[in-house]
Every structure is written in C-alpha cells, then in structure tokens.
Design a protein around this ligand. Structure first.
Ligand code: FES
Length: 571
C-alpha cells in the first residue's frame, strides 16, 4: 500500500498528476519538501462550539501534533461531526451512525498513515471506533478527559448524577428555585466529559481496555497536565504506527478484547449504553457481541470501582487512585492479559509495570466490593424475546423481583402529556411501560428509559418503580429500569401489544421479563397492530429503514463487517 501523500490519490486517471497537484496545494500552504516527505498522522478533532464537553479538544490536538512532530511525523488536524448529548436533537444516538460513517469515509479518503481519534462525549468514541474498525487503518484514541468535580456548600457535585438528583428534588418540591440556581453553577465546573461513570467515562475505560489508547488515557482530567502529556505521547506513538503500518484496529479488536471489556464494564458499573456500543463496534469486525457471555461474566465480577452513581467519588479520584491499569490488576484472574494494545504492550505487560499504588477506597479489593452482585444483567422472556438489560447496581433490590399491572405510554409525547396528570390511574405497584422509543420507533432510541416517577406518587415519597421500555437510559440515572427491550414495539415486538392492566413479571434473579397474557389474546392484538409511519425523507428515513435492534448495536445493517475482510483501501 502507498504511504504518505502518495496514498489515496484523487482519481484523475493519472496518478503522477494527482500527486503533483496535491503536493502543489500543500506547497501553496507553505509546506517544504522535507515536511511533505514525513509519515502523515491525521488528527481527528471533534472540537465544536456546540460541544462544550470538547472545549479542550483544540489543546489536545495541539499536544498530539507536538508529539507527532517530535517523532518526525507530519500532523494534519481535520474535523468530523461532533456530538454532544445536550445539543443533538432529537437524540445523539440517531446521529452516532452518521458520525461513524463520516469517520470511516474520511479515514478511507485522506492520505494518512495513521490517525489519532480525539473523542469523549458519549457517542463520539463509539462512532470513531466503529469507523476506524471498518476503515482498518492504524488508529489510536485519546479521550478529551473528564471534568473536575464541582464543590458546592460542603458537598462535591457531579454531572449528571447530581443534575438528575437536584432536578428530581426540585420537581418533588423539596428544593427551591434559588438553591437549584446556586448549585447549577457548580454542576459542570470545568470543560471535559461528565466526571461520574456515565457513558463517556464508561466508553473511555472500555476504549482503553479494548487496547485502543495508551495506558492511563481514560482517567486523566481534561484540564490536567497529565492529559496533555498523554496527548503528546499519543502523537509520538501514532508516528511509530504510521511507519510500521500497525497494529490495525482489527488486530486489536479480538474476542478476547471484547471479553475484557465485558469484565471491566461490570466491575466499573458502567453505563448500559456500552452494551449497544460494544455490539456496534464488534459488529464492524464481524464479531457478534455475546450478551449471554456478558451476563455470565457479571455473575463472577463484583463492582470494585467506588465511582458515582454506584459509589461515592469521581473520575479525578480514579485517576489519582491508581487509574484503570490498577483496576485491571485487581481483575487479573478474570482478564485475558495477552490481549494486545496500540501501545505495543499487552494488557498483562502494562499491569506488570504499572505503579503499585492503589487507593483502596476508590478501587476496592475483591473481598470488599462496592456492590456484590453484577452491575448489569441481561433479561429475556415473553416481553423481550431478543433480550433486554437492567442495571442492578442502580435498581431498588426489592423491586428486581416484582409483578404488577402495566400502565402504558404509547410514545414520548404521550408520556410527556400524561405523566404528571393528577388523575393518572397509577399506584406504586404499577409497571410503567414506554414504547415506540426504540431505534426505529423514536427514531434513535433516546435516553428516555428512566421514566419520571409520576408527580402524584413522587410528591408522596415514592422514588422508584419498575419501568420498562425499548429506549436507553443515561449511565448517570437510577431506578429499577428495564431497557433495550427487543424487538422494539415499532418492529412489532411484544411490547407493542401490552395494554393497561396486563400483568408483567420481572424476575432479575432468573433473568426473566414476562408479559402474563394468553397467546391467543396476543394473537388477536397482533392482527390489529400496524407499524408506525417512518420519517418521510433524509437521514432519519435511512435510519428507520436500516437500523438494527439493540442486541446488534443499532448500527446500520449494511455496515456490519466480515470477520476476515481487511476493509483497507476498499472504496
Ligand atoms: Fe458530554 Fe456527559 S454530556 S459527557
């Protein structure tokens, strides 16, 4: 394969002319022949004024470029779509696949010998890894890093666990507007990604565990000097990868690496969103992500990381308390330590040389876990034949085995219109059901699964109820919430047939979620069911027509990879 500026030439039918033209434009920008002969490292920057989590991305890109130059390479910083959770209508998940396609196509189109992927906010690292695995060019991830924790009136605050807690208190009337406003200024006190174990922190930890970052890259705060040193080192390592042509993403993304990611996802009590993203990333390499294996791993893996929302502290404490390799050391008997990483070291080699210090209050020993059960369990049953997920670490234990009547909301609009109706016929025993909020139905599977507790119950002190949907849930949320029900209602799954008053039984111990309605009744209801209309045009139409269900990662069916296809240089 050609390297440097000679690679991926524009097609004029005359390669030498294409190179002459390309070099001419760069000479016009002031580059010397010396510069143009160096290994080229693309630096994918997701800086955007609409993405405050990535406000430091330009600084990270500068530090990466410094590392590239120090190692004798030539950096080219380039943009892709950038997604922030609060700036992506109707939901960032709808746009994740578009960002993955943008990333993949730019990696196929640009003359780069290796690429550094700067990501962070929830969907960005998954999208970058999906694109990189498909394009299969040497790629290394550097997360932007997490925010520092806020300090407010004697407590530490974290986005967005405390955003939700404070908002719930405000809704229930136990927090006034003035107090809410004062706390608001301290919820996100610096730039960076949410500093609790939400999806961004989870995906940074999983990217590092899969082997796609340098060690320690998941935890250094966005505004720390460690972050900038890691960025510089990442740039240097990218030049080595550019010169040797590897490792390639598909050398890194193995079944062993995915099993390691499953172990760490359970041990950090990570976001359930990671299940969808891991399935999508694995799918790009033609590897089915094994949810049954993930569930089995959970039975052997306690939660060791004492981070909010399951625990007490924040990402900056995880970093100073030993960082991710110190957690791997705790989990070494459960991990496949021979798995390679982009650093050139295996997981085991990193563990062996990592400093011995560990803060046991942050990274707990195996005999003193934060949560003895598995963090996340996978359910199946007559309501979710293809699966569903529940975050046990965020649930009320007594509700994880529960039978109650359904109260059904047909859509997000229906939920918003009725949930606070004083006449809503709801009791604490009800199972709240939200449907048509899945990948096709919403579309884009928004984080609406943690339905708000109806005001008439919340103001009476009810804090949790069984909630069931085909939507997702933020990694920072709490509750006995059954998510990712598959097939979703809009695809004709049993969720579409539930009626108010039907009995639903959740038994997380036996991994079941069942709709207790006779088959004959369901058959009659199915005959009357009609699929909802799909969006009329554009990307949303493509999404609704080709998106897969949660267990396959909600990727587009036509983007799944073959296990042995290299993908390199394929137009
Ligand atoms: Fe960007 Fe939480 S909103 S990481």
């Amino acid at each position: 394969m050609s390297k440097g500026l000679r690679s991926r030439l524009a097609q004029y039918g005359d390669e030498e002319f294409a190179l002459f033209l390309r070099r001419g434009f760069l000479k016009g920008a002031g580059y010397t022949d010396d510069a143009l002969g160096r290994p080229i490292v693309g630096v994918l920057s997701t800086a955007s004024d609409f993405n405050p989590c990535h406000a430091t991305a330009p600084k990270v890109a500068d530090a990466v470029a410094r590392g590239v130059r120090l190692a004798g390479g030539l950096p080219f910083v380039f943009p892709t779509i950038s997604l922030h959770e609060a700036f992506s209508f109707p939901t960032s998940m709808l746009l994740r696949n578009l960002m993955a396609m943008d990333t993949e196509e730019m990696l196929r189109a640009l003359p780069l010998d290796a690429v550094v992927l700067i990501g962070g906010c929830d969907k960005t690292i998954p999208a970058e890894l999906m694109g990189a695995v498909s394009a299969n060019v040497p790629a290394i991830v550097i997360p932007v890093g997490s925010m520092l924790a806020g300090r407010h009136e004697g407590t530490r605050l974290g986005a967005c666990t405390d955003c939700r807690r404070l908002w719930a208190a405000y809704r229930a009337g136990s927090l006034d507007q003035e107090s809410l406003d004062r706390a608001h200024d301290q919820l996100m006190p610096t730039s960076g990604t949410c500093m609790v174990m939400g999806t961004a922190s989870t995906m940074a930890c999983l990217a590092e565990t899969l082997g796609f970052t340098l060690p320690g890259a998941a935890t250094a705060p966005a505004v720390s000097s460690d972050r900038m040193r890691l960025a510089e080192a990442t740039g240097k390592r990218a030049v080595e990868m550019a010169m040797t042509g590897g490792p390639l993403p598909r050398d890194i993304l193995t079944r062993a690496a995915l099993r390691n990611a499953s172990v760490v996802l359970q041990a950090i009590s990570g976001s359930t969103n990671a299940l969808v993203h891991l399935a999508a990333i694995a799918g790009r390499a033609g590897i089915p992500y094994d949810l049954a294996e993930f569930d089995q791993i959970g039975r052997e893996t306690p939660v060791l990381l004492n981070l909010k929302p399951a625990g007490e502290v924040f990402m900056e404490d995880f970093h100073s308390g030993g960082s991710l390799p110190a957690l791997w050391r705790r989990l070494r008997d459960l991990l496949e330590l021979s798995a390679p990483t982009v650093s050139g070291e295996t997981l085991g080699e990193i563990v062996a040389r990592w400093p011995p210090y560990v803060d046991e209050a942050v990274i707990r020993p195996l005999d003193n876990p934060v949560f003895e059960r598995e963090a996340i369990a996978i359910l199946t049953g007559s309501l979710a034949p293809q699966g569903a997920a529940i975050k046990l670490a965020a649930a009320t234990k007594e509700l994880t085995v529960h039978q109650g009547p359904a109260l059904v909301f047909d859509s997000l609009a229906d939920l918003e219109a009725r949930i606070d109706d004083p006449d809503l016929p709801v009791t604490p025993n009800h199972c709240l059901v939200l449907r048509n909020a899945g990948p096709i139905g919403a579309p884009g599977m928004p984080e609406a699964g943690a339905l708000p507790i109806p005001k008439k119950l919340g103001s009476g002190g009810i804090k949790d109820m069984v909630r069931i949907s085909d939507a997702r849930m933020s990694g920072t949320a709490f509750g006995t919430v059954v998510l990712h029900v598959s097939p979703e209602a809009a695809a004709g799954g049993p969720l579409a047939l539930v009626r108010d008053g039907d009995l639903i039984r959740l038994d997380a111990n036996s991994r079941r979620i069942d709709l207790l309605v006779e088959d004959a009744d369901l058959g009659r209801r199915r005959q009357a069911w009609r699929p909802p209309e799909k969006p009329a045009r554009g990307y949303a139409r493509l999404y609704a027509e080709r998106v897969t269900q949660a267990e396959r990662g909600c990727d587009f069916d036509f983007l799944a990879g073959e296990p042995d296809a290299s993908g390199t240089e394929t137009p």
